[in-house]
Write a protein that binds this ligand. Structure first.
Ligand code: S3P
Length: 446
């Protein structure tokens, strides 16, 4: 247990450069492993989740060297992976688990994937169903007998097969599911078409194009042709992670004497929902020096933010995938905004590392927030009324990295100290967070 005490402050000042984007990093390692030759990944995030992807690919016979934040992957082509000697433990990374299932669906061997405590409770049917339709043989742990809802969980045993292309209309908006199908599509005979209900992050599509896959995007439909080798770009610079930046964007917006600059952040439009919503709330977020020359496949720029008075807003369900991981920190921003904020259709938050509706509502209520969850027939919505101030108290991370970081930011703008029971979970996505935050804090406590 690593408890953490947050003392309130009004100041946050300085400049940051963040580790590479977690989602892009997973994809970069996987595609490098299944293309031929060496690919160097610069600004690699050394978070537990990204290291899980490296470990899994090493167990599948890929040589990968880590030197600081530079990772070299020695790819062996689409069919170069080797059967592992025993089951592979994926840890807690859902992105690793779901994406690697897509690759394993096209191999001619059997693999058993096991997972940590939290990941073992996350739904997998959303990905096993389309992969079975393509021809993969999959055995997974079903939901307990008494439940009427059909679902599957890790551990999963997958035996690859000769896959066939499918047309798949996705029932849930999920970039992980889309990516698993696209990766399986690389091994399938013919074309695979995926239709999304709402557009989700498109890092896999961009990365596949960078590796010269035959892929076309038309609105919410994506078409990929199988059985073609990938060609590595040899070197990839990973732009800074906007999800990691989001904690600082909100902190700088709510603290009265704040002004910060974050360099080289990924600004892929399928990820920038939080920036759009914060601006709508009145935040002063400025984007400058948009650069493609270092990182040609994803947009990257510097972001500066300073304090402003926020006002409530309505976030529609169509906007949710573009800020799904930023909802916990957006809830914190909403607590300090004037008036009401409504977050519509946030049900997917229930199946993240923890039930993030429960973790955030329970914690913020403890600090004095006015926050409610309302279910309509099809949607789950969160309604937050801004308050004058939150009060520092003892809260829980629920073992969830984004809950922990969001509560630290809430504590900075509260009255009195806030104690977070355990922040060890932050290492899952952003181990540098406590150190970077401290570098911006000026010892000018309220
Ligand atoms: C991710 C997709 C999202 C997101 C997760 C990373 C990805 O999950 O919440 O942190 O890298 O594809 P879903 O696909 O389950 O929405």
């Amino acid at each position: 247990m690593r408890a953490f005490v947050v003392r309130p402050t009004s100041c946050l000042k300085g400049e940051l450069k963040l580790p590479g984007d977690k989602s892009i990093a997973h994809r970069a390692v996987i595609l490098s492993a299944i293309s031929f030759g060496k690919t160097i990944l610069e600004n690699f995030p050394l978070s537990e989740d990204c290291l899980s992807t490296i470990t899994v690919l090493k167990k599948l016979g890929i040589k990968i060297n880590i030197k600081g934040i530079r990772v070299s992957v020695f790819g062996k082509g689409l069919y170069g992976l080797k059967p592992p000697s025993r089951a592979i433990f994926v840890g807690e990374s859902a992105t690793t688990f779901r994406l690697i299932l897509g690759v394993l669906a096209g191999q001619n061997f059997r693999v058993r994937l096991t997972a940590g405590k939290s990941l073992s409770q996350r739904p997998m049917l959303r990905v096993t169903r389309p992969l079975r339709m393509m021809g993969a043989l999959i055995k997974a742990k079903p939901k307990t007998q008494d439940s009427k809802i059909k679902e599957e969980y890790p551990p999963i045993t997958i035996k690859g097969a000769r896959l066939k292309g499918i047309v798949y209309k996705m029932p849930v908006a999920s970039a992980q599911v889309k990516s698993a199908i696209l990766l399986a599509g690389l091994y399938a005979k013919g074309k695979t078409m995926i239709i999304e209900p709402i557009k989700t992050r498109d890092h896999t599509e961009r990365m596949l194009k960078l590796f010269k896959a035959d892929l076309k995007v038309k609105g919410k439909a994506i078409l990929i042709s199988g059985k073609r080798p990938l060609i590595s770009p040899r070197r990839i610079y990973l732009p800074g992670d906007l999800s990691s930046a989001s904690f600082f964007l909100v902190a700088a917006s709510i603290l009265p004497e704040a002004q910060i600059l974050i360099r080289n952040v990924n600004l892929n439009p399928t990820r920038t929902g939080l920036i759009r919503v914060l601006r709508r709330m009145g935040a002063k977020v400025k984007i400058s020096r948009l650069k493609y020359q270092v990182c040609e496949f994803e947009p990257m720029a510097d972001i500066s933010v300073m304090h402003s008075v926020l006002k409530g807003t309505r976030v529609k369900k169509e906007e949710i995938p573009s800020l799904i991981d930023e909802l916990p920190i957006l809830m914190v921003a909403a607590c300090f905004a004037k008036g009401m904020t409504v977050l519509e259709g946030v049900g997917e938050l229930r199946v993240k590392e923890t039930d993030r509706i429960r973790s955030m509502v329970e914690n913020l209520r403890k600090m004095g927030a006015s926050i409610e969850v309302r279910r309509t027939r099809h949607l789950e919505n969160i309604i937050i009324k801004g308050v004058e101030t939150l009060k520092g108290t003892r809260v829980s991370s629920f073992g969830d990295h984004r809950t922990a970081m969001s509560m630290i930011i809430a504590g900075l703008n509260a009255k009195g100290n806030t104690l977070i029971d355990d922040i060890g979970c932050i290492d899952k996505s952003f181990p540098e967070f406590p150190r970077l935050l401290k570098s911006l804090l000026i010892s000018n406590h309220k």
